[in-house]
Design a protein around this ligand. Structure first.
Ligand SMILES: O=C(O)CCC(=O)C(=O)O
Ligand SMILES: [Fe+2]
Length: 337
């Protein structure tokens, strides 16, 4: 049984000095550090991402998800091949072994088919499958670029909060980060009789370093803090940030990847959310940060949603990612990997 702790709420951090690199940056880093040590979730405002761009992404995403399913299936994931891009229909993704009540479009850094990494058939690298909605492609690319820049700044703040040089992560992992980006729609639609669906997205942690999420005004995201489940309601103009397994691994559990889930949407209108996963380069070998005071590489697998011990992982980030992804899309695993 889980408890709820309605008296707790997640911190909202104005990151403008961190984004601008001005005085006050260390204070922002300290606030991020406190949130990461407490529960690994925080909101950011003052991030500098253009509100009109975010609104355009929302509007165009509604246009896309409003299309009939057979139209959207023109851009289905099976056509994205190893790049792992495209549309998946309602119930098409499993979290914790159960179908989620959402549909989505998988995207990532745009690489042409002629790019050496794509030619070398590296998984999750390649061209996107952009739906034929006017302006969608440009908006998605602009949004990914803007939020990726924010990711670099936030990782600088996280590095400072650990007493490391601001460039610590960029020098080792994120000079060329792996960026995966998803558009999700959680329709307000009853689950057909007999289908084993409980959540919009079941409980999970994210895999990489840092997730930067825009959600629309509907709500439904909840976070499993040490004090119980608390809501992460929409705050206009903000992004929700949370730590992934690799930062947990690097910090020896000092900064934990916090489990979260999304309630089934019963609001009467669609809920849109836009997670951008700012992750280590596919080839980067993930190492524990040396000499980090207070970090203990505890095996917390018994309490984790997936019973995995992230501290036992060593190897390329890409291998960690692929092992996870093939659990959530079992039907695609054999086809493309
Ligand atoms: O839709 C949301 O609010 C969260 C989605 C999420 O947790 C994820 O994609 O990892
Ligand atoms: Fe997540």
């Amino acid at each position: 049984m889980t408890t709820t702790a309605p008296f707790l709420s997640l911190p909202v951090i104005d990151v403008a000095p961190l984004v601008a690199g001005t005085a006050g940056r260390d204070d922002v880093a300290a606030q991020i550090g406190a949130a990461c040590r407490a529960h690994g979730f925080f909101y950011v405002t003052g991030h500098g991402v253009d509100a009109a761009l975010v609104q355009r992404l929302e509007d165009l995403s509604h246009q896309f998800f409003d299309l009939p399913e057979e139209t959207k299936m023109q851009w289905r994931m099976a056509l994205g091949g190893r790049a792992w891009r495209g549309f998946f229909p309602l119930g098409g993704e499993l979290t914790s072994g159960r179908p989620d009540w959402k549909e989505g479009l998988y995207l990532g850094t745009e690489l042409p088919a002629t790019h050496p990494l794509v030619q070398a058939k590296m998984p999750v690298h390649g061209p996107n499958l952009f739906p034929d909605v006017p302006g969608f492609r440009e908006t998605i690319l602009d949004y990914m670029a803007a939020v990726t820049q924010l990711g670099h700044r936030l990782m600088e703040g996280i590095a400072l909060s650990l007493g490391l040089s601001a460039a610590y992560f960029a020098e080792r992992y994120t000079a060329d980060p792996l960026i995966l980006f998803r558009l999700f729609n959680y329709p307000s639609q009853p689950v057909p009789e007999g289908l084993d669906v409980q959540w919009g997205v079941g409980e999970h942690t994210d895999y990489g370093l840092l997730t930067i999420l825009h959600q629309d005004s509907v709500g439904g995201l909840a976070v499993h803090t040490p004090g119980g489940w608390i809501d992460a309601p929409p705050i206009a103009g903000s992004f929700v940030c949370n730590i992934g397994d690799m930062l947990d691994r690097m910090t020896g559990g000092l900064y934990k990847s916090t489990p979260h889930r999304v309630k089934r949407n019963t609001s009467g209108r669609d809920r849109l959310s836009f997670p951008l996963f700012f992750d280590p380069n596919f080839e980067a070998r993930v190492q524990r940060i040396e000499g980090l005071a207070g970090a203990e590489a505890l095996d917390d697998s018994a309490e984790r949603w997936d019973r995995a011990n992230v501290h036992a992982f060593s190897g390329r980030y890409g291998d960690y990612l692929l092992a996870k992804v093939s659990k959530v899309f079992p039907q695609l695993r054999d086809e493309v990997l």
